[in-house]
Design a protein. Structure first.
Length: 528
């Protein structure tokens, strides 16, 4: 009888894995009456979908803002970046339809559990922001197998009135975790020690053991800070913590900039590991570099490039490094990429990049945007510029907002990043200029910036201030735009009958505030 019971359980497990479901979540969903089986019957919250999910299931999340704390069950794949109409993963456009998970400055955003290396718990294509706690953004629980990819971690704050060791503003990896962290952007995550009993460590990623691959990410301004007599510790961007058992750790092809810590701002390794490989990374303008604690063994550094970072290596001798300016562009607004003409082009790679034209933040060897030390251009000289879009009245998530750009005979469409920036490479321009640049947003009038000069080694900053209100795309705000707005009034943009161009203020619903913007700019024609 016992043998029969085991066999039945085995058959049930096989059937369960073969019938993995896709559950849908949308701001237009309903947690009470929805079943998640389609966009039309979607749940309203990720928490409700998680209750219904089994290992191997996928949770598809439509563009919108979702509040934490969010638990994620073992082996479930949580995927954002949907418009809310797609029937396949291939049909989605994650950069165009940003999906935000927020702690609302009050709680941790998301906690992962379970999974296996072959079937990990997955978080993909989200903006994870405004988390608070330890960790503040994402926690991978003990013995979890996690894959975290194509996400933006921004503005998370690790803070606690009681704990002595304050850490992990963006990602905290517990003991026994097997993680793959690829193609993410870490932007201004901060750890704060509030009093004399506290120490701030591990700003963006903090580990307590396990096996990890951290590859193709960009880290910008991870900060350890202190107040009230607190101590600033080690590992602003990455900290491999003490008192834990580790497997191999690979830190490969990442870009680290403007990290601030007491020591080891780029990486701090506190214990001996079976193997830590720090290879083919770029780091520039950090308060310090890679620090290995006294007596720690089995850490290697090779084929990295660094500049303007004091104490680049502590207790570690690198091999085949390049100490030269990486050419990272760090505008005041916080953009980060490798500029044309940089010495980092084609250097520092164990496997040299082939055919990359990749300084605009739109592609990587991993097939994802805005990432990593392989953001290098191909051999042809290019002239590019930083577009900074300042759209008065737009209050929503700016990431993914489409902007049409014309320079000379070149035209193209770019998507703004989460800071309202885009790096534009307008083909191979014949001269340095001057050029007039025409910019037109998804639902704005056109705007012209005149007399812009380029160079092969510099990247001018171009500020565009287009006016909202052009819903029908004719470059004028007229009665026809009023008609289109009226047709969608009162709807959420997740409604398939809604014209999302009418969402002028970007708050994902068509309301009186959109009418106000349109009325303000009524009867204006572009360029504005």
């Amino acid at each position: 009888m016992l043998k029969l019971k085991v066999s039945v359980v085995g058959v049930a497990l096989v059937l369960g894995s073969a019938q993995a479901a896709v559950l849908h979540v949308s701001p237009c969903g309903d947690d009470t009456f929805g079943n998640g089986a389609s966009w039309a019957t979607a749940f309203a919250t990720i928490q409700r979908a998680n209750l219904a999910a089994l290992p191997g299931d996928e949770i598809w999340v439509a563009r919108g803002n979702y509040s934490g704390p969010i638990p994620l069950a073992p082996g479930v794949r949580l995927i954002g970046g949907f418009r809310g109409t797609e029937a396949s993963l291939a049909a989605r456009h994650p950069r165009r339809y940003p999906t935000v998970l927020s702690g609302n400055n009050a709680t941790r955003v998301i906690t992962l559990a379970g999974g296996t290396p072959a079937a990990p718990t997955v978080v993909q294509d989200f903006i994870i922001d405004a988390g608070r706690g330890i960790p503040a953004g994402l926690l991978a629980s003990v013995n979890c197998s996690a894959r975290i990819e194509d996400c933006v971690f921004r503005g998370n704050l690790a803070i606690s009135p009681a704990a002595s060791l304050i850490q992990a503003a963006a990602i905290g990896l517990s003991s026994g975790v097997n993680s793959v962290i690829v193609n993410n952007y870490f932007d201004r995550n901060t750890v704060v020690a509030q009093n004399a009993t506290q120490t701030a460590v591990g700003g963006a990623i903090s580990t307590q053991g396990g096996t990890h691959r951290i590859e193709g990410n960009m880290f910008y301004r991870s900060v350890l800070s202190a107040q009230g007599g607190g101590t600033i510790g080690d590992g602003a961007h990455i900290r491999l913590g003490a008192g834990a058992t580790y497997g191999p750790v690979l830190i490969h092809r990442n870009t680290f900039a403007s990290g601030i810590a007491g020591v080891g701002a780029v990486l701090s390794a506190a214990v001996t590991h079976p193997s830590v490989q720090f290879a083919s990374n770029l780091f520039e303008a950090n308060s310090s570099g890679v620090r290995v604690a006294n007596g720690v063994a089995n850490v290697s550094a090779t084929h990295n490039q660094w500049d303007n970072t004091p104490n680049a290596y502590t207790n570690l001798v690198p091999a085949n490094d390049v100490n030269a300016p990486a050419g990272l562009a760090l505008p005041a607004a916080g953009g980060l990429w490798i500029t044309a003409g940089s010495t980092a082009q084609g250097t520092g790679a164990i496997i040299p990049p082939v055919g990359l034209v990749d300084i605009d933040g739109d592609a990587s060897p991993f097939g994802a945007p805005d990432r990593g030390a392989d953001e290098t251009p191909g051999p042809a000289p290019v002239r590019g510029f930083t577009l900074v879009a300042q759209i008065a009245g737009y209050v929503g998530e700016i990431r993914g907002y489409p902007v049409d750009v014309s320079v000379g005979s070149w035209t193209g469409t770019v998507l703004l990043n989460h800071q309202g920036l885009a790096y534009v490479v307008p083909g191979v321009l014949p001269t340095n200029g001057p050029y007039d640049i025409t910019v037109k947003g998804y639902n704005t009038l056109s705007h012209v910036i005149s007399g812009v000069n380029f160079s092969l080694s510099g990247s001018p900053v171009v500020i565009a201030k287009p006016c909202l209100g052009d819903i029908d795309g004719d470059d004028a705000v007229t009665i026809f735009d009023y008609v289109l707005l009226s047709d969608s009034f009162g709807k959420l943009v997740c409604d398939p009958t809604c014209d999302d161009r009418a969402d002028l203020d970007g708050d994902l619903e068509i309301s009186i505030f959109d009418y106000i913007i349109l009325s303000t700019n009524f009867d204006i024609a572009g360029p504005c």
